[in-house]
Design a protein around this ligand. Sequence first.
Ligand code: CIR
Length: 256
Amino acid sequence: MTRVAITRGISATINDCELTHVPRTPIGVALAREQHAAYESALASLGCEIRRIPADDRYPDAVFIEDTAIVLDEIAVITRPGAESRRGELDAVAAVLGEYRPLARIEAPATIDGGDVLQLDDVLYVGRTLRTTDEGIAQLRELIAPDGYRVVAVDVDGCLHLKSAVTRVGADALLINRRWLSPSVFDGWRIINVDDAEPAAANALLLEQGVIVPEEFPRTRRKLEAEGIEVIAVPAGELAKAEGGVTCCSLIVKQG
Ligand code: CIR
């Protein structure tokens, strides 16, 4: 199976990004772009073909392309992001995704951010957050039920998105920050806790050949390695200032 990683360039305006739980500090655009390129190289080294949509300076957060769509094997759902400033990001993404999948859309007034959606096989866990409404969750449920997917709403507290608090890091393993989310809903999964000193470390990106993690969280990385998980660390500190992590910067499309 091949995978296309759709990414998006970093807007020159990224310093105007949305921020919810992180204090505003200056983001070096050139350094952020360097780190983003390293992220794309990591994706390529794990077997992805990179398809980069150009930056669009009208949308400071456009690099965080994950929030604009939910890509399944059968369909892609174009979201309606909770932050109004981000809604203009959708058209360029839909134009590209439409080449790979039939498209469905979340309609107003519902909102949902892709960062709130964690797919574990045929179950999609969706965070109830400031960005994702119950109506957004209900619309997603209806759109994907015909393809056999179930949607489970999950309460998240203290972070931006569900995937800030939990991501999949192996066939049976989840990486979690328990302060932001109760693991009780994930009964039967092997739970790996982030290191207490690294609360933002739960956002990791699983691909067939390994897991991409931020270089800034060495303690959690060692925990993953101790569990036999193959990791590849990338510098992600500059985009973390915009409250973004490693899942946020790509949409992974399986092919074949
Ligand atoms: C935002 O607040 O929308 C952006 N500054 C960060 C989005 C990060 N996206 C993600 O975690 N999926």
